[in-house]
Design a protein around this ligand. Structure first.
Ligand SMILES: [Mg+2]
Length: 143
């Protein structure tokens, strides 16, 4: 197992949800560097180094993606990501309040690794991050 911690990009417009993810990282002692983009377009700019954003280096291998966001939502972001030769292999987990079948089908069409409905209960939310942390510690990812 590699000692290097994989970098993670959270794409989320809701400040409370961003805070909850940071808290879940702290409470689970997750030390992976966490970056935040507030919509799909900002996430693409950060991954590509476009529009005066410094390119994230190393590229975050794991993306935690909200679906409902202004400017560019999650499904549109996935379309752009999977169509980008340099970014198409990144691992994406959807973290959303939407249990809409259309969203699930759209997300899995773009090869997401998982689709997680944001739990109302913070303890359940914490547990979701315990599982995610186990996943990215266990899996070998290419450099
Ligand atoms: Mg949202």
């Amino acid at each position: 197992m590699s000692e290097k911690l994989v970098h993670i990009l959270l794409v989320e417009d809701d400040e409370i949800d961003i805070k909850n993810v940071r808290r879940a990282f702290e409470r689970n002692n997750i030390a992976n560097p966490l970056y935040v983009a507030h919509d799909g377009q900002e996430a693409l700019d950060m991954l590509r180094g476009d529009h005066d954003y410094p390119k994230l280096n190393p590229t975050p291998k794991i993306i935690l993606l909200d679906l409902n966001m202004p400017r560019m939502g999650g499904i549109e972001f996935l379309e752009a990501l999977r169509g980008d030769a340099k970014l198409k292999s990144l691992i994406v987990f959807v973290l959303t309040t939407s249990s809409d079948d259309k969203d699930k089908v759209g997300a899995f069409y773009h090869n997401v690794a998982g689709y997680i409905i944001k739990p109302i209960d913070f303890e359940v939310f914490l547990h979701a991050f315990t599982v995610l942390d186990t996943y990215w510690k266990l899996c070998e990812l290419p450099d």
